[in-house]
Design a protein around this ligand. Structure first.
Ligand code: CTP
Ligand code: MG
Length: 239
């Protein structure tokens, strides 16, 4: 049985702004991307990593991250697409494995425990994603900025990565989606994570697995300040 991690690093970080994409910004002296790459490198459940990056970053990433830190599991560095789901699709094309774990490189707090939890659940359920219960009250609003209704917090989860799937299942869901991509996009469907593919284009139910409140994604600058605190504590524990 082979398991591959698809690590996404082809985004431009528009909400963050700045000249350097957030996955390459330094966090305690190392690029944000380094931390999730290391987690996969150390996880015995993961056999290989497919790194998805922007066309222009391919060489620099291979030199300054993979080689410099001596990562051994990276089996391919592939070019991503315009949208996250297209980057996943490129990674999937290169993947030849039984199970696939998809992870945002902008989430550096990934650790071995989380990888194990998600992976084992995916083996049992075919599809499993990291998530945490939402802490805030979430409201559904209209376009004018007025509240339409209050959603039941008990049933609401914030979705994170990793998201793990039987590879054949995710590939088939993607195939169905890609066949009708244009009309679905015109109909206003926005694919924001991988579970959505399986929810929408297969009969398999996706299982939620406890992620971590520290497993946040660098999206805007304040996230980096918070991550510095989390990361310093974790690195300290690791010695
Ligand atoms: N990603 C990707 N390919 C894309 C878009 C996103 O590989 N076309 C990756 C990002 O590098 C990131 C992860 O998917 O690690 C989560 O996406 P997001 O937080 O939205 O990152 P960006 O798209 O880079 O940021 P923004 O949406 O602010 O532009
Ligand atoms: Mg984005």
């Amino acid at each position: 049985m082979k398991t591959t991690a698809i690590l996404l690093a082809a985004g431009q970080g528009k909400r963050m702004g700045g000249a350097v994409a957030k996955q390459y910004l330094p966090l305690l002296g190392k690029p944000v991307l380094y931390y999730s790459l290391r987690a996969f490198e150390e996880a015995k459940e993961v056999d290989s990593v497919i790194l998805v990056v922007g066309e222009e970053e391919k060489e620099t990433v291979s030199e300054t991250i993979i080689r410099q830190y001596g990562f051994q599991k990276v089996e391919a560095v592939v070019t991503g697409g315009q949208e996250r789901y297209l980057s996943v699709y490129q990674g999937l094309q290169a993947a030849d494995c039984d199970y696939v774990l998809i992870h945002d490189s902008a989430r550096p707090m990934l650790d071995g425990e989380m990888i194990r939890r998600i992976f084992h659940e995916a083996v049992k359920e075919k599809a499993a994603v990291a998530a945490v219960p939402v802490k805030d009250t979430i409201k559904f609003a209209d376009e004018k900025g007025y509240i339409r209704e209050t959603l039941d917090r008990e049933a609401l989860w914030s979705i994170q990565t990793p998201q793990a799937f039987e590879t054949a299942l995710l590939k088939e869901a993607y195939r169905v989606f890609m066949e009708q991509e244009r009309s679905l996009k015109e109909g206003g469907i926005r694919i924001t994570d991988d579970a959505m593919m399986v929810e929408t284009f297969s009969d398999v139910k996706v299982k939620l697995v406890t992620g971590s409140y520290e497993n946040i994604k660098v999206t805007t600058t304040e996230d980096l300040s918070v991550l510095e605190v989390f990361c310093r504590r974790k690195e300290g524990k690791q010695g």
